[in-house]
Each structure stands twice: as C-alpha cells, then as structure tokens.
Write a protein that binds this ligand. Structure first.
Ligand SMILES: NC(=O)C1=CN([C@@H]2O[C@H](COP(=O)(O)OP(=O)(O)OC[C@H]3O[C@@H](n4cnc5c(N)ncnc54)[C@H](OP(=O)(O)O)[C@@H]3O)[C@@H](O)[C@H]2O)C=CC1
Ligand SMILES: CC1=C(/C=C/C(C)=C/C=C/C(C)=C/C=O)C(C)(C)CCC1
Length: 338
C-alpha cells in the first residue's frame, strides 16, 4: 500500500507539473512579439494592402494587425459569406479596442471584401480587373492563401489543386498586379511559404501529379515553388523599388489541417498537443506583418524569413536555373504567353 500511495502521488505530481508547464508556455512566456519597431498606430496609414485568404488563420490575423496600423485592407477570398463574416468580426473587434474609430468610414483603417478563387484562372483575372479598375494604388500584396494535403483534386483549369492554388494562382495574380505595384512604389510583395519546402522537388515532368500523387510531397513542392518564384521575381524587379520576400510562419493552429483525418477518439489529444505546441494565429502572423510594414526591411528583397529574422535556404531553393525554368513553364500554364 505504501508503494501504491507513492506511485499515485508521483503520477499526480507529474500530471500537475505537466499542466503547469503547458500553462506557462501558453500564458506566461512572451511568445507574442510585437515587432513593428519604429512604427506607431499610423504606420500603414494611406497604404493599401491586399491579402489572399484573409478570412481565416494567418491571413485574418495579418489583416487585423495591418488594419490597426491604419491600412486599407482588401481581403481576397473565395467564399464571400465566410469573408463578410470575418470582416464583420474584425470591424467589431477593432471598434471594441478603439471605441472612437469606425473602420468602415476611413478611420483607423478600412476593410474591403473581394471575391478571389485561386483555383480558377478566370476568377483571378476577373479579380485583378476589378482591382485595377477600382484601386488607384497597391502598396503591399500578401500571397497568403493556401491549401494543405487535400485528396487528389484539380482546379478549374486542370492543375493539381495544391500546386494550382499555392503556386500558379498566386503566380498569375502577382503578374497581373505588377503594374499597379510598380506605379505605387516603393511597394512590397510578401509570400507565405513553409519550412516543409525542404521535402519538395520541382519534378517538371509531372507538375500535375498525373503519374502519381503524394499529398505531402505536392504540398512541399508548392511551397518550394513559392520560394523559387520569390527569388526569380526579386531578380526581375531589381531597380523598380518593388521588393518581394518569402517567409515560413512556424507551426500555427489554424484551419489548414482540415484535410488531415484524425479519428474522433484521439481528436482531443491532438487538440491538446496543438494548443500546447503550435503558435496562435497572431503569433504566426508576426513575420507577415513585419515584412509588410516594418521600416527595417525597406529595400530588402529576395530573402527568406522566419520569426522576423532572415534565415538560410537549402541550395535547391536558391537554384537560379530551376527558378527560371519554373517561371517560364508557369507563364505557359496560366496562359500569360497567349
Ligand atoms: N498553419 C501552419 O502551421 C502553417 C501555414 N502555412 C501557410 O500559411 C498560409 C495560411 O494558412 P493558414 O492560415 O494556416 O490556413 P487557413 O486554412 O486557416 O487559411 C487558408 C486561407 O486560404 C484560403 N484558400 C484556400 N484555397 C483557396 C482558393 N482556392 N482561393 C482563395 N483562397 C483560398 C482559405 O479560404 P477558406 O477559408 O474559404 O477555405 C483560407 O482563407 C498558407 O499558405 C499555408 O501554406 C505555412 C506553414 C505552416
Ligand atoms: C488545429 C488542429 C490541427 C491543425 C493542423 C495544422 C494547422 C497543421 C499545420 C500544418 C503545417 C505545419 C503546415 C506547414 O506548412 C490538427 C492537428 C489537424 C488537429 C487538431 C487541431
């Protein structure tokens, strides 16, 4: 009985210790850095920012912060209802923080919803036409939307979904908006990639994964494509005062994992683990916000960032000839050369 009591006490102590450690990680440690040093609430005043996938996760958190900094934020989203709901919430949040301001009326910032489905080149073109007609300037473009490890699916134009949305849709979008970004210079493009790029390769023979489909590999490949795109674009934009940088946000608790199947019985465990170890969307969005707004990165282009610091890339993400070839093939795939 003495041994039993001892074991029970030890187990209880371990559980208590574990819980305390988790709570400390989540609530006490200063994981949220506010990184826009040198800038105050008006840092983004008069600037227009376009964020793809701004109704959820990192995009939503990025929109909220840039709105606080005074930007006019355009949310490029595929589902108008979901986007309007997120926009309404954001406006209410901001008003609760600053009761005097009215985000809808040109106060601290302005939020606009526009329909954009990156899985449809027709939608990307229609969206850009609308932007070019209605917006006199575009200071920051944030290519944030993404899809992760979905089952094999094709976009409207027949591309494998992850490559189509994460890379090709954004490729066309950026190219169609380049003129406006150039005429608004100094301006910035921010690309959201992932550390998982390390496991990808650009297999030019089967970019649509028709011969074989591996959902993890295809995600990684699309995120490697994001980096190669950034580097090739930075090279093409030299001397224009339009910069482009790419980042990884770390592991963040968002809706990105929607296609991961987890048996209902172990779901609570996964929830607990993600709650304890993943960043919150606000934490994860810090590098996007930093690259979009900080004076520290003025003029910096073609670099890769994590936690608001520059990081090194694997050689395969710096291969200039692969980057050029991917650019040329992407132009053909999205019909830019027709
Ligand atoms: N969470 C993480 O741990 C990590 C995330 N990332 C990257 O961060 C980015 C943001 O993801 P995150 O916030 O985590 O995930 P979420 O799923 O929360 O947000 C993704 C956003 O992309 C949108 N989207 C998806 N498909 C399309 C499409 N066809 N057209 C337009 N928009 C689309 C979604 O719209 P809807 O809500 O309508 O589905 C949603 O708004 C992605 O690029 C992702 O790869 C990188 C590394 C780690
Ligand atoms: C919130 C949550 C999940 C989220 C998964 C996510 C957000 C995965 C992120 C993937 C990464 C790191 C991609 C890198 O590019 C799970 C585990 C599905 C289930 C439990 C609750």
């Amino acid at each position: 009985p003495a041994a039993m009591t001892l074991a029970t006490a030890a187990a209880l102590l371990a559980a208590l210790g574990g819980a305390l450690w988790l709570a400390t990680r989540r609530f006490v440690s200063p994981r949220v850095q506010r990184l826009h040093r040198g800038g105050g609430p008006g840092l983004m005043h008069g600037k227009t920012v376009l964020i793809t996938g701004a109704n959820s996760g990192l995009g939503r958190a990025t929109a909220a912060e840039l709105l606080r900094l005074g930007a006019r934020v355009i949310m490029g989203c595929r589902d108008r209802a979901r986007a309007e709901e997120a926009a309404g919430q954001l406006r209410r949040e901001l008003q609760a923080e600053e009761p005097g301001s009215d985000p809808g009326a040109g106060g601290a910032g302005e939020l606009v919803v526009r329909e954009l489905d990156l899985a449809s080149l027709r939608s990307v073109r229609a969206f850009c036409q609308e932007i070019l007609q209605e917006e006199p300037r575009l200071d920051v473009l944030i290519n944030n939307a993404g899809i992760f490890q979905c089952p094999y699916m094709k976009t409207e134009d027949g591309f494998e979904m992850q490559f189509g949305v994460n890379h090709l849709g954004h490729f066309l979008l950026t190219n169609l908006l380049l003129g406006l970004l150039k005429s608004s210079a100094p301006s910035r493009i921010v690309v959201v990639s992932s550390k998982l790029y390390k496991y990808g390769d650009i297999n030019f023979e089967d970019l649509n994964s028709e011969q074989s489909y591996n959902k993890s590999f295809c995600y990684s490949r699309s995120k490697l494509a994001n980096i190669l795109f950034t580097r090739e674009l930075a090279r093409r934009l030299e001397g224009t005062n339009v910069t482009v940088n790419v980042l990884h946000p770390g592991m963040v608790r968002t809706n990105l994992g929607r296609h991961i199947h987890i048996p209902p019985l172990v779901k609570p465990l996964f929830n607990l683990v993600s709650w304890a170890f993943f960043k919150t969307p606000v934490e994860g969005a810090q590098t996007s916000i930093y690259l979009a707004s900080s004076p520290e990165v003025e003029g910096v282009s073609g670099r890769y960032f994590g936690d608001c610091k520059e990081e090194e890339l694997l050689p395969k993400a710096m291969d200039e000839s692969v980057a050029r070839k991917l650019w040329d093939i992407s132009e053909v795939m999205v019909g830019m050369l027709k």
